[in-house]
Design a protein around this ligand. Structure first.
Ligand SMILES: [Fe+2]
Ligand SMILES: [Fe+2]
Length: 218
């Protein structure tokens, strides 16, 4: 992977991290938990690194979603939900067109991180093995983080409760093998989350993203 691709991802990750209050913690924690789950699931070190570097841009398409939808404190109505769901294909469009393997994976992951194992997700309704294992890994890390953090439309649930929801969705929403690996290896997931919290104490979102990507501080 080229250093240009990493710099591109760092710039887009900063844009994602400042989109709304708290976005930076979601992108960094999701990335470090996805990397951890990739390791627990036996993906090789290079795949783990690609997942870590690409995951912070998974929600980059939220840049194009109106505040009235993205920051709505209550439930979204069907029209608003359709609008919100556009963030995955918009993100893929933002990242499309590179010949770099890392950016190609980032584009795929942006498009597919809300697909479900049973094919009931969006935008394409891809099922099971149609989705690369690395994308299924990110989908679990993303959903877990979204459940545990406070968002404008719900207070965060405990880690135990969120593991319970993953288990309820095992084999339907999520890859059953990955859910089992996640729950069995939860001590390491918790350590990854604690390390994320340490990175998040680096300062403003741009400082956090800079530290995450190992860039020199401005
Ligand atoms: Fe998303
Ligand atoms: Fe997300």
């Amino acid at each position: 992977m080229s250093s240009n691709a990493v710099l591109t991802l760092a710039s887009l990750a900063t844009a994602s991290a400042v989109r709304y209050d708290g976005a930076v913690s979601h992108v960094i924690r999701t990335a470090l938990v996805a990397e951890c789950l990739a390791g627990l699931a036996g993906l090789d070190p290079q795949e783990q690194e690609i997942i870590r570097l690409a995951t912070p841009v998974h929600d980059i398409g939220k840049l194009a979603i109106a505040d009235s939808v993205l920051l709505k404190p209550g439930r979204l109505d069907p029209q608003e939900r359709t609008e919100m769901e556009r963030h995955s294909s918009i993100g893929a469009d933002i990242l499309a067109g590179s010949t770099d393997e890392l950016l190609q994976f980032a584009a795929l992951m942006a498009r597919c991180h809300h697909e479900r194992y049973d094919g009931m997700g969006y935008p394409q309704g891809l099922a099971g093995g149609e989705l690369p294992l690395a994308v299924r890994v990110v989908a679990i890390a993303d959903a877990f983080d979204a459940m545990t953090e406070d968002r404008c439309y719900h207070p965060g649930m405990t880690e135990e409760a969120a593991c319970g929801i993953l288990e309820q969705g095992s084999g339907t929403h999520f890859d059953a093998n990955l859910v089992a690996v996640f729950v069995d290896g939860f001590a390491r997931v918790r350590s990854a989350r604690q390390y994320a919290d340490q990175v998040l104490r680096s300062g403003a979102p741009a400082d956090v993203v800079g530290r995450f990507y190992g860039l020199p501080r401005q």
